[in-house]
Design a protein around this ligand. Structure first.
Ligand SMILES: *[C@@H]1O[C@H](CO)[C@@H](O)[C@H](O)[C@H]1NC(C)=O
Ligand SMILES: *[C@@H]1O[C@H](CO)[C@@H](O)[C@H](O)[C@H]1NC(C)=O
Ligand SMILES: *[C@@H]1O[C@H](CO)[C@@H](O)[C@H](O)[C@H]1NC(C)=O
Length: 410
């Protein structure tokens, strides 16, 4: 996959000048989502220093773009590669899965440290029974291919879920999965245990705020100081929504008997710009959300429920992506603009973010065709739609009790 890129990529010397390859003073092990639904992003080799500049040691892709995997060879950066929703049915066939793994994973090992393959994105919340039915067989098939190639010890297989797989997410101690997804999930969770792979969830406090800005306190979603809320079921205090969301997932897993399954936050982030009706999508808020999040990660604390489990979080996203459909916010989740300058300063004391960026530069690459890259898998393009749908269906669905508790916060 991820083929069909144009072959002409104007060399950008300016970009190299800009790229400050200074390692962060405080090494924060964050992950970053490198989405490419855009026609103006820099060359992958020029992206390496950008990833370093924010202290990211892990990168998640929505495809297995060979240009990216080559550019990051021998950098020590760990990769989750993706396989789009449109490939699930095909992957059920053993030969197809093996071909895919050979071409997109094995070919880049060991120089590029691919540690995980994410099969599909937010598949179960599309409510498409045929697609949902293909998910586990595709995961099994890709895993079998890894076993055959002797790669299953170093590369795990997983899938990333939307938080909307939860029926109850508040209070966190009452977290529970949607009943109608129970069968799919039970089998997927067994697969994780058998193969030792992590459970991935995309969690966006932003969408909860956007759909209910009058009730959801901004400080609570932006990790700003606030009194927080106490979960009556556990007596644990929460002062930010992301941790409440993560603990709801832990509770949902625990209630099915999966107390030890490692959980990773495969996406979270905040847009720096939005349409007039998109509350909260501002530069200041994005800077607070992502800056505070990185500071939290640097402290290496876990959530109230799992204080000793280090957070494993992938920020969404590396770049603003100009070809993403949907409202303006969709195209403005990036920490960087396409020219490689920061979308805003994260303001991380002690962490070297990209410095002198006044230089600005012309786009490092342009695809000769106007068509979206193959990386725009249906799953990825539709992320926000799935999220939109669940969030507009209601905060009440996700945070029913939160609404009752909110008066305590205000
Ligand atoms: C790849 O990452 C894994 C997980 O952190 C690590 O254990 C392994 O040593 C890395 N491999 C290489 C070749 O850097
Ligand atoms: C999927 O189904 C659930 C439960 O029936 C519903 O609440 C949700 O809105 C649906 N989601 C989409 C994206 O259609
Ligand atoms: C950029 O570099 C100049 C001179 O080297 C320095 O004075 C300035 O503080 C730097 N700006 C930033 C944002 O790091």
């Amino acid at each position: 996959m991820a083929m069909g890129f144009g072959s002409r990529y104007p060399h950008s010397v300016a970009f190299l000048l800009l790229a400050v390859s200074v390692l962060p003073a405080m090494v924060v092990s964050i992950g970053i989502n490198y989405g490419q639904i855009a026609n103006n992003l820099p060359l992958p080799e020029n992206v390496v220093p950008l990833v370093r500049s924010i202290g990211a040691t892990r990168v998640k892709l929505y495809d297995a773009d060979p240009r990216v995997l080559k550019a990051f060879a021998n950098t020590g950066v760990q990769f989750i590669v993706g396989l789009g929703n449109e490939y699930l049915a095909k992957m059920r066939v053993a030969k197809q899965a093996q071909d895919w793994v050979t071409t997109n994973v094995q070919a880049f090992l060991p120089a590029t440290n691919i540690t995980c393959i994410a099969i599909g994105n937010e598949v179960l919340t599309f409510n498409d029974t045929s697609l949902s039915g293909d998910l586990l067989p595709a995961m099994q098939s890709v895993h079998s291919a890894l076993v055959t190639l002797g790669l299953d010890k170093q590369v795990t297989v997983t899938t990333a879920h939307s938080l909307a797989i939860l029926e109850t997410s508040y209070p966190p101690s009452a977290g529970a999965f949607r009943q109608d997804l129970a069968d799919y999930l039970a089998q997927i969770l067994d697969f994780h245990v058998k193969t030792g792979s992590p459970f991935l969830i995309n969690a966006y406090p932003y969408f909860a705020y956007k759909s209910n800005p009058k009730q959801v306190p901004l400080d609570f979603v932006l990790f700003q100081p606030n009194k927080g809320v106490v979960d009556p079921g556990s007596n644990l205090r929460y002062d930010n929504m992301l941790f409440a969301q993560i603990d709801a997932v832990y509770s949902a897993l625990a209630s099915l008997g999966y107390k030890k399954l490692p959980v990773q936050i495969s996406e979270t982030g905040w847009p720096s710009k939005g349409d007039r009706d998109e509350a909260g999508a501002t530069l200041e808020n994005a800077k607070k959300y992502n800056g505070n999040l990185m500071r939290l990660i640097a402290q290496k604390n876990g959530t109230p429920m799992r204080p000793n489990s280090e957070l494993n979080i992938y920020v969404f996203a590396l770049f603003n992506e100009n070809m993403k459909p949907g409202p303006t916010s969709e195209r403005n989740f990036g920490l960087f603009k396409p020219d490689g300058t920061p979308a805003y300063q994260l303001g991380l004391a002690g962490i070297q973010t990209i410095g002198n960026t006044s230089t600005g530069l012309s786009s490092g690459s342009s695809r000769s065709s106007g068509s979206p890259p193959a990386s725009s898998s249906t799953g990825y393009v539709s992320i926000s739609y799935a999220t939109e749908r669940y969030s507009s269906v209601g905060l009440a669905l996700l945070f029913p009790t939160a609404l009752l508790l909110l008066p305590l916060l205000l």
